[in-house]
Design a binder for this molecule. Structure first.
Ligand code: UTP
Length: 470
């Protein structure tokens, strides 16, 4: 007890024992366990580091350090000719057929803006099929395996790794099992948990969530790298002879999991690290942009550059800083191993101001209405600087990106926009395939078509919804 108290005093965290005298034996044990699980020196230094990064971001713009992605490192689906696109697609499908592809879903977030009491992947946005985000993704994986087999005459299996956190793990695992892994093989669906970090007051004190419990939050989607090493995922990938990993966010309803064209582009660039972006919708869209800062690649937040820089345009009218980051990444397993074994400790830490329930001086639990503390997060894209090269592929927003972040009252990035973006895209596929008319509520099942292919049988037909083409 005395050594525990001393180490807390040394780190300025002795307030964690403030209610010790009021705790039961069990509660005392729980609190001790919570504290002993932390490396106090390390986590308090995280606070300092995160605060430092965030205040640097607020005070200095990066205007004189940024430059756009060099032409040789970026290509766009819009301007790449058909033969080259076909070549990329074949390369990607061959990688799938050879069993060298994994997809890695980031699903450890708390989804506070959407505000449902279950993991976001279980959300049903109200498509005619009623499918959840998890189901849409699983079925796209199945379809892709079939496409690769048709193209290459060989069946490869894609492993679906799912990053969860204490906030999402148990419910996610139970949901996938209840739904029989949506017909993927159970052995090819692997969940693993990211770490948690304590939450701090704005003054750097660890917050108590209960008198005997520390307030903790997942360590950000960049917690992926440490979790992959610690939980044996890197070893599992190596054992399965996987080379290419597609990492993506759970809430993008249009996500093309392991998009073979993107994979093929990265493979043909022989890069260890790739990112898919879309064109920024307007100079003031609040998204991160992929660019260079001095000699390294980074995602620069909207707030880190001035309005003037954000509005710079080329002669053809295109924005100079145009590559919007959509949390869509390619990594080789070799690269992930080098991050896990070597670079992970050097990753930046970010401080996000949040509303964190806390126990006040009088021992009462409060749920604040404005930000009162800090969560420390690592970001998945903060490893670009460790890559030998970065290959940037520009997709098309209407085909690649529609995130579910908010409830419907926000009017954007919400269930209604996600639903209508899917249905708009499917309508376009059907009309392109020769359907004569299609209403706005016709859905194409992922098992039938991954990206608009395999629909020639709809020629001359008209479709009225709500309806699902299976
Ligand atoms: P967001 O940053 O949008 O966070 O995550 P969120 O948790 O989904 O939503 P809010 O901010 O609380 O409303 C982008 C992606 O990163 C994952 C999320 O699950 C989502 O796929 N993520 C986020 C993690 O896997 N772990 C984290 O600690 C944070």
């Amino acid at each position: 007890m005395e050594s525990l108290r001393k180490s807390l005093v040394d780190c300025g965290q002795e307030h964690l024992l403030r209610f010790w005298d009021q705790l039961s034996e069990n509660e005392r044990n729980e609190l001790c366990k919570d504290i002993l699980e932390l490396d106090l020196v390390e986590v308090t230094s995280y606070y300092q580091k995160a605060i430092c990064t965030s205040s640097c971001m607020l005070t200095n713009t990066l205007d004189d350090k940024v430059s756009p992605i060099p032409k040789g490192n970026i290509a766009s689906v819009k301007t790449t000719n058909k033969d080259t696109l076909k070549m990329y697609e074949k390369l990607g499908l061959q990688e799938v057929a050879d069993g060298r592809v994994a997809v890695l879903l980031l699903a450890g977030g708390q989804g506070t803006r959407l505000g449902v009491p279950y993991p976001k992947g279980m959300y049903n946005v109200g498509l005619p099929s009623g499918k959840t985000l998890f189901q849409l993704q699983a079925e796209r994986i199945l379809r892709l395996q079939n496409m690769a087999e048709e193209e290459c005459g060989k069946r490869g299996e894609i492993t679906w790794y799912i990053l969860t956190s204490e906030a999402t793990h148990d419910t996610t695992v139970a949901f996938l099992s209840e739904h029989n892994y949506f017909n993927l093989k159970e052995s090819n669906v692997k969940t693993f948990m990211q770490g948690m970090l304590p939450c701090f007051t704005l003054e750097g004190k660890i917050i108590l969530d209960q008198k005997h419990k520390i307030a903790k939050a997942p360590d950000g989607n960049g917690g992926l790298y440490r979790a992959m090493k610690v939980q044996g995922i890197l070893d599992d990938m190596t054992r399965r002879n996987i080379r290419s990993v597609h990492v993506y966010s759970v809430d993008n309803i249009l996500i093309k999991v392991a998009d073979p064209i993107f994979l093929g582009y990265c493979l043909s660039s022989s890069t260890d690290c790739g990112v898919k972006v879309v064109e920024k919708s307007s100079p003031n869209e609040p998204v991160g942009i992929v660019c260079k800062v001095d000699d390294t690649y980074r995602v620069v937040e909207y707030s880190e550059i001035s309005k003037v820089t954000a509005e710079l345009r080329h002669d053809n009218g295109q924005l100079v800083y145009n590559a919007a980051n959509i949390c869509n990444h390619y990594f080789t397993v070799d690269f992930l191993c080098s991050v896990g074994n070597e670079y992970e400790k050097e990753m930046e830490l970010h401080a996000a101001k949040k509303k964190i329930p806390y126990i006040d001086e009088d021992g009462r639990r409060n749920v604040p209405t404005s930000s009162n503390g800090i969560k420390i997060e690592k970001f998945v894209f903060d490893v670009f600087m460790f890559a030998k090269e970065l290959a940037v592929w520009e997709g098309i927003r209407e085909e690649d990106f529609s995130p579910l972040k908010n409830g419907d009252s926000a009017g954007q990035d919400c269930p209604s926009t996600a639903r209508s973006d899917v249905l708009k895209l499917h309508k376009k596929w059907l009309l392109n395939a020769g359907a004569t008319s299609v209403t706005d509520d016709v859905e194409v099942a992922p098992l039938l078509s991954y990206a608009g292919e395999n629909l020639s049988h709809v020629q001359g037909q008209s479709f009225g919804g709500p309806y699902v083409l299976e």
